[in-house]
Design a protein around this ligand. Structure first.
Ligand code: KG4
Ligand code: ZN
Length: 319
């Protein structure tokens, strides 16, 4: 089959080594390798270990995606990689791999912003679902952002967390509750909607920046006090209440910005977008909602190649 544009995306911002090949917007292959257990025993990502794993596995993942896509490296037209944000050593391994490939194949090298790739991941293989203007809730382990997109390259951040991101907060609460890493997934798995009444702190005003460090510190202190007094800890009650508190905080701000900017479209992306409670709450918003497919919530290279595809199309159409 003759394709017009074959794009390879390389994602190494954190612990996932991911490479994808997209041809004319269609995914031919998207493979991710994670040595999850290496980090699980430490209760969090060890940056040096993650970077070494990328260096060890990039070539194997590359060969696997070429095989699955049934193409040769010479057929690749564009090479895209996650340039920022992320762990510096991890980003560097991906950059070196991508740059080498671009040099050897003599093809253009394109830098992609990881959070923007998450933001557009709802439209992977369905680019016509993008309707401007739209708000996007981008929730990951390192960032909590609400974007207002007027176009692909015409956007602004209308709210973001300057302290802990929501995913980071959930991971830390999971760790102090001694739940398996990552805490976000464990809290989702044990969530009980009937057990959310643990008294927590007040919510911030809708127009104030996201902040998740207060809730984390509050719960840490409560658990330390309970431990000192030898009181029993109800992990499900505290965890479910904390999860609900975090998502209520997000919904308060989202509803505020939806009416302030009078938008009719809302998208959601990032690892935390896989959460069942958050997805259900978002679905209740009475405007058009584009939920990212669960398989593209966590870090993946398909979103890197996809955003590259959208960027190239935009450039071609504006010439
Ligand atoms: O986007 P992502 O895969 O990596 C970063 O760019 O950070 O997001 C990872 C975050 C972690 O904090 C993880 O706990 C959280 O996403 N996460 C979840 C769920 N699945 C992943 N949080 C809540 N519920 C989930 N089901
Ligand atoms: Zn991410």
């Amino acid at each position: 089959m003759a394709y017009k544009k074959i794009i390879i995306g390389i994602e190494t911002s954190c612990d996932d080594t991911s490479i994808a090949i997209i041809a004319d917007g269609k995914i031919l292959s998207n493979k991710t390798f994670t040595k999850f257990k290496d980090h699980q025993k430490f209760g969090g990502i060890i940056p040096e270990l993650a970077a070494r794993n990328h260096a060890n596995h990039l070539l194997n993942v590359f060969n696997d995606v070429l095989k699955e896509a049934k193409i040769t490296s010479k057929q690749i037209d564009y090479i895209a990689y996650t340039a920022y944000p992320g762990l510096i050593g991890c980003l560097h391994t991906g950059k070196v791999f991508a740059k080498t490939l671009a040099l050897v194949l003599n093809k253009p090298l394109i830098k992609i912003n990881h959070m923007l790739a998450h933001a557009f991941s709802f439209s992977i293989e369905k680019s016509d679902s993008i309707k401007y203007p739209f708000l996007c809730l981008d929730v990951s382990g390192g960032h909590t952002i609400i974007y207002l997109f007027k176009d692909l390259n015409k956007y602004r951040i209308i709210n973001q967390s300057n302290d802990d991101a929501v995913g980071e907060c959930l991971d830390k609460i999971g760790r102090i509750l001694k739940l398996p890493y990552p805490g976000g997934i464990s809290l989702d798995n044990q969530f009980d909607p009937k057990q959310t009444s643990f008294p927590l702190i007040k919510h911030s005003l809708p127009q104030k920046p996201f902040s998740f460090s207060g809730i984390k510190t509050f719960i840490t202190n409560k658990l330390h006090q309970a431990e000192q007094k030898n009181e029993p800890i109800n992990k499900v009650l505290i965890g479910s209440s904390a999860l609900k508190w975090c998502f209520d905080e997000i919904m308060i701000k989202l509803n505020y910005y939806i009416s302030r900017y009078n938008v009719q479209y809302l998208a959601i992306g990032g690892g935390v977008a896989a959460n069942s409670l958050l997805r259900n709450e978002i679905k209740k918003i009475p405007i058009n909602v584009e939920l990212v497919d669960k398989k593209y919530c966590g870090d993946n290279a398909a979103m890197i190649a996809h955003l590259t595809y959208l960027t190239i199309l935009k450039k071609e159409n504006s010439i």
